[in-house]
Ligand binder design. Structure first.
Ligand code: ATP
Ligand code: MG
Length: 284
């Protein structure tokens, strides 16, 4: 089976832009993996999301070189409406995507458009509302719920379409820490229970890192790093150059490494960091 995402020698320059938004990108993503994408403002993260769901080159004008394939087929070769079923995207401003009068209608709308049967729609509605804990809100108008709830509605609406690839572009940038965690709780459950490929673009690394199988760093339109999550965070110089500040636990172990006080595998969660530190102390 071809990889779910295969990008080769890909360069995209928006019309009238002086420099490409993405340059010389080579990236293969295996189905079922959880990928974190980070990088400074303007490094090309959203452009990457657009490139995967066909908005580029469909909706945006520009000059493309190289290929972007989803499940072995180039994005340009999908029939209209076909690609969004393969690649679902959730943006940071969910309101812009809402069209219905109730949360339930918002979730059902996309499934009706897919032409699903009523029993199938009921089953998926049950599944996504359970996963995203939206049951108590189904009758509410989408504009009368909180930002965190809106983001879970946007996530549920995309999930209900069951795309093989989910791309989340800074899904929690407008949320408080608790709501942020709830969105990531949904992603954690999705990772455990489904075979979806999940690509999360995020500035806030605290919740992302423990879930990510691998990480990608975009910097100045190029892919500066692409690696398994632990080896990714070992490349301190490249991360620092791009202004990436790892979560507290990792940063602490970076400092220990710098002072020659630690040389093992980096702990990626706070619990792992505590355990590692206890291990170090008990050896003294
Ligand atoms: N529609 C457009 N037309 C022309 N240039 C664009 C367009 N959209 C984005 N760009 C440019 O492409 C580059 C990459 O933008 P992009 O939005 O992909 O970055 P990003 O990494 O998502 O940034 P952020 O963290 O701020 O969301 C930037 O230089 C931006 O100015
Ligand atoms: Mg962006």
């Amino acid at each position: 089976m071809p990889p779910i995402v295969e990008i080769q020698n890909y360069t995209w320059r928006y019309l009238h832009a002086d420099v490409p938004a993405l340059q010389d990108i080579n990236l293969t993503i295996e189905e079922g993996s959880f990928v974190g994408v980070i990088g400074p403002n303007g490094s090309g993260k959203t452009t990457l999301a657009y490139s995967l769901n066909g908005l580029i080159p469909g909706q945006y004008q520009g000059i493309k070189e190289g290929t972007v394939k989803i499940a072995g087929t180039e994005v340009e070769s999908y029939r209209p409406g076909e690609l969004p079923q393969m690649v679902g995207v959730v943006f940071s401003d969910p309101e812009a995507q809402f069209t219905a009068m109730t949360v339930e209608d918002e979730l059902v709308f996309g499934m009706e458009n897919l032409g699903l049967s009523i029993p199938e729609i009921r089953e998926r509605l049950e599944w996504v509302t359970d996963l995203t804990q939206l049951k108590p809100l189904l009758e509410k108008p989408p504009y009368e719920i909180s930002g965190g709830q809106k983001q879970r509605v946007a996530l549920a609406a995309v999930l209900a379409m069951m795309p093989r690839v989910m791309v989340l572009d800074e899904p929690t940038s407008m949320l408080d820490p608790m709501s942020r965690k709830r969105v990531f709780d949904v992603l954690a459950r999705l990772k455990r229970e489904s075979h979806n490929t999940i690509i999360v673009i995020e500035h806030n690394l605290e919740n992302l890192v423990p879930l990510a199988d691998r990480m990608i760093l975009l910097h100045n339109s190029r892919m500066a790093l692409s690696d398994g999550t632990e080896p990714f965070f070992r490349q301190v110089d490249t991360l620092t150059e791009a202004g990436v500040y790892p979560p507290g636990g990792i940063a602490f172990f970076h400092a220990l490494m710098k002072h020659g006080a630690f040389a093992g595998e980096l702990p990626l969660t706070l619990d792992a960091a505590v355990a590692r530190l206890e291990g170090l102390m008990s050896h003294e």
